[in-house]
Write a protein that binds this ligand. Structure first.
Ligand code: F6P
Length: 371
């Protein structure tokens, strides 16, 4: 990694931050091809998000990225070759003993030791907020690329990882349908998405779900039971239900699970619903919790395309000296917007939007709401 910059040559850093998803490697490939291949810059991959900048010597956590390393497989692979973490907030860093400390000065010092001219951060709203704070404190030229399977960044029509997550969830429904029909069962598929129902509604429509529950719309067990009864009356022996992880119990309680390492995540609403459906309708139910399969799949063509577009544009923004910007997809164009605006623009499922209208038009039970 310890390359020397030639006169006038730039050296940029790139990192992936927050939860991983499919398509991150495709962004890295595009960044390297544009920065090194086109502009002749050096590209330094920072491992494990900003946590990599805490290593000493800092070079130990760096990966020199050059076009020679790209063997034709990178854009096809899920995950991130740089590694990532959704626990490494340097403003509130959790130490091994559980204490929390501010390690910003160390991160900034690590960044300075690398002699970088700019940084590309690939992350969701939380990661981008942290990176922006760091950039402001340290005077770092920052450009960000939106990624999140949850698709909840409002100012971009596409975020890296979402398309693949929807495909994985749709494939799951395709595979659940025949077994549901063989056994005359109601299949409940629990999908991710954090507080938004984007994955659930998109996959639910594409996969022909009869019931789609999203956190944005309240539901009743009576409504679900009526839907299942109407399916039975029409002579169909099975039903498919998709539920987003943040959907609450009928009484409004969030359903969460404590992970071994202490983190508390959404999880369990699928089992709650399956039990309640069995109780209310007498149907035999089964549950599939799709979990992290939605993050690790081979990126779809759409995710690879957006990754390539965003990666190239992010590098071009640095070449143009435009910083504190996030690349975004809007109206069939790649655009760039202030990061502050991007992270303030959280977007849940639009109740007046085409997906809600479509699901309703298809006769899907979406909860107690009529568009
Ligand atoms: O934000 C992405 C996401 O996959 C959410 O959809 C999910 O709730 C969460 O991250 C899971 O986080 P972890 O990787 O910590 O289990």
């Amino acid at each position: 990694m310890a390359q020397v910059k030639s006169t006038g040559q730039k050296r940029i850093g790139v990192l992936t931050s927050g939860g991983d998803c499919a398509g991150l490697n495709a962004v890295l490939r595009a960044v390297v091809l544009r920065a090194a291949g086109h502009y002749g810059w050096q590209v330094v991959g920072i491992r494990n998000g900003t946590a990599g900048l805490l290593a000493r010597p800092v070079e130990a956590e760096m990966l020199g990225l050059s076009p020679d390393l790209l063997d034709g497989t990178l854009q096809r692979r899920g995950g991130t070759i740089l590694g990532t973490t959704n626990k490494g907030n340097p403003f509130d860093y959790e130490m091994p003993d559980g204490s929390r400390v501010n390690r910003v000065a160390e991160v900034i010092e690590g960044y300075r030791q690398l002699d970088l001219d700019a940084l590309i951060g690939i992350g969701g709203d939380g990661s981008q907020a942290i990176l922006r704070r760091l950039a402001q404190e340290a005077g770092i030229g920052l450009v960000t690329v939106p990624k999140t399977i949850d698709n909840d960044l409002g100012h971009t029509e596409m975020s890296i990882g979402y398309s693949t997550a929807v495909k994985v969830a749709t494939d799951a429904l395709d595979q659940l349908q025949p077994t549901a029909a063989s056994h005359s069962r109601v299949m409940v598929l629990e999908v991710m998405g954090r507080d938004a129902g984007h994955i659930a509604i998109a996959a639910g429509i594409a996969g022909g779900a009869d019931i789609i529950l999203i956190p944005e719309i309240p539901y009743t067990m009576a409504g679900i039971a009526a839907k299942i009864e109407s399916i039975r009356k029409r002579g169909r022996n099975f039903a498919l239900a998709v539920v987003a992880e943040a959907v609450r119990t009928e009484e409004g309680e969030p359903v969460k699970q404590k992970q071994a390492a202490g983190a508390v995540n959404y999880g369990g609403i699928g089992h709650y619903l399956a039990a309640r459906i069995a109780e209310e309708t007498g149907a035999e139910t089964r549950v599939t919790v799709l979990g992290h399969l939605q993050r690790g799949g081979m990126p779809t063509d759409r995710d690879r395309l957006m990754a390539s577009i965003f990666g190239v544009r992010a590098v071009d923004l640095i070449a143009e000296g435009k910083f504190d910007r996030m690349v975004a997809w809007s109206g069939r164009q790649v655009v760039d917007i202030p990061i502050a605006e991007a992270i303030a623009g959280y977007k849940a499922v639009d109740l007046d939007g085409p997906l809600v209208h479509t699901a309703h038009g298809l006769g899907t039970y979406l909860g107690e709401f009529s568009p």
